[in-house]
Ligand binder design. Structure first.
Ligand SMILES: C=CC1=C(C)c2cc3[nH]c(cc4nc(cc5[nH]c(cc1n2)c(C)c5CCC(=O)O)C(CCC(=O)O)=C4C)c(C)c3C=C
Ligand SMILES: [Fe+2]
Length: 419
């Protein structure tokens, strides 16, 4: 598995003039509206808008993962979960997934879906838009597919640091949207939310962000709102065991059925950072909590950001370089019988609480072939002995089965609903 292939194309309109039009006029039963045409003879100011990530097609045939998992983190993220409306049966659900798939395909390619004349994304190219679709545990019973419920979707255990808001957790269906332009991302969100029509209702919604490409002099691992470089020791697509750790094998396995082959499980946690307490620590204290230097992300055992962490290294004064409760020690695969996940988060900031503290943190999204061999054992360990957990509060949680990309003419999840 290599990182998502990215192609560059001319601005929206050149890519698909026929689709570049029309105001979305009401979800499932949309009414055609005026089409909008515009001059496309312009030169892009940067390559950000012109970059597209394949939703399907040759680069993403059936059996390959959906976009938005190994795709480079985008600047703008939207997470939205839906519950099926009472009376939405399997047929109506399939129709919804087909509407979403077709619209996502068009928009990822820089074209506006039919009947969209909202104009929101009119001047922009695809801007690396990705749309990723998943199914929650509650979905299966509602559409009469209980026998297809993967064991891997068993509820996550409770953790002592949880302060979960159940209304902002779980959900029958989940969409993750990412793009490097705020209007493109909002346009996709608005389009898909309206296309839900009467079939599904929004259960919860969260918005997040990352660094803008080009904000740094060279491409860098992103920083989180505590200021740390975050993402360094993620599994890498070029590693031999990457696919087996992150994606369900062909044919399924003990915890996943065949329809999930090539797919992955997303654990979503809204993790609030207690930033006022964190900011009271000195720089040296903050670095000891993580086990890495803040400035460049180098491990406290020495080297640069990419130097492997040496958990057995002692400093000159005889103290252990990376403390027993340092986050990188407690979370490392070596401390968790090899358990690993691909972390692909967005930061969030939703204003300030009455006491003036920021409602800010991480929309933590972890991808793995089996949550019992990824998130769960690591979070169990963090819950017991992580120095960072004193500065975090897990406020919402979800677990979603994200099947492989849709093949030509297919919709996402077709093999689940019709297989
Ligand atoms: C259950 C898994 C994890 C949660 C929850 C989690 C929350 C969390 N982490 C940071 C900041 C950093 N995490 C870093 C590394 C790291 N974190 C996890 C897992 C969870 N983190 C793993 C598996 C690792 C890699 C460990 C290793 O093998 O070295 C780092 C260091 C840089 C890096 O490797 O990415 C930082 C910084 C925050 C702020 C946070 C919750 C808000
Ligand atoms: Fe972490």
């Amino acid at each position: 598995m290599t990182q998502d292939s990215i192609s560059r194309r001319r601005l929206l309109g050149t890519a698909g003039a026929a689709g570049a039009a029309g105001l979305i006029a009401g979800g499932a039963g949309a009414v055609a509206a005026d089409r909008v045409s515009r001059d496309t003879d312009s030169t892009a100011l940067t390559s950000i808008g012109t970059t597209s990530v394949a939703f399907a097609g040759e680069a993403r045939a059936h059996g390959t993962p959906q976009a938005g998992i190994t795709t480079a983190n985008q600047t703008h993220g939207h997470l939205i979960a839906f519950d099926l409306a009472p009376g939405t049966d399997r047929k109506a659900t399939a129709a919804l997934l087909r509407r979403w798939t077709e619209a996502a395909r068009e928009m990822s390619d820089g074209r506006a879906p039919d009947q969209d004349s909202s104009g929101i994304a009119l001047d922009a190219g695809p801007s690396s838009l990705t749309v990723t679709m998943g199914f929650g545990r509650t979905f299966f019973d509602k559409v009469g597919l209980k026998d297809k419920l993967p064991q891997a979707l068993s509820p996550l255990p409770d953790f002592s640091s949880d302060a979960l808001d159940r209304k902002r957790s779980d959900g029958d269906l989940w969409l993750q949207l990412g793009a490097d332009d705020g209007l493109v991302a909002f346009h996709a969100l608005r389009t898909l939310q309206r296309l839900a029509g009467d079939a599904a209702r929004t259960r919860w919604y969260m918005a997040g962000f990352n660094r803008t490409p080009g904000a740094t002099t060279e491409p860098r691992t992103t920083r989180n709102l505590m200021g740390q470089i975050d993402g360094t020791n993620n599994p890498k697509p070029e590693e031999e065991d990457f696919d087996t750790r992150i994606f369900v094998p062909k044919g399924g396995d003990d915890s996943s059925p065949e329809w999930m082959a090539g797919g992955s499980y997303a654990v979503v946690r809204r993790i609030r950072m207690l930033l006022d307490s964190w900011d009271n620590l000195s720089l040296a204290q903050q670095e000891r909590v993580i086990g890495r230097r803040k400035s460049d992300g180098a491990p406290l055992s020495g080297g640069t950001e990419t130097t492997p962490v040496d958990l057995n290294k002692f400093a000159a004064d005889g103290s252990i370089a990376i403390r027993g409760d340092a986050h990188v020690r407690v979370a490392a695969p070596e401390s968790n019988q090899g358990a690993a996940m691909l972390r692909r988060p967005f930061s969030y900031h939703d204003g300030f609480s009455d006491d003036g503290t920021p409602d800010a943190g991480l929309l933590f999204i972890a991808w793995q072939a089996d949550p019992m061999k990824g998130f769960v054992p690591v979070q169990r360990k963090l819950d017991r002995g992580d120095g960072l957990s004193r500065f975090l509060r897990h406020e919402a949680s979800g677990l979603f089965a994200v099947p492989a990309a849709a093949g030509d003419g297919e919709y996402v999840g077709q093999r689940l609903l019709e297989g």
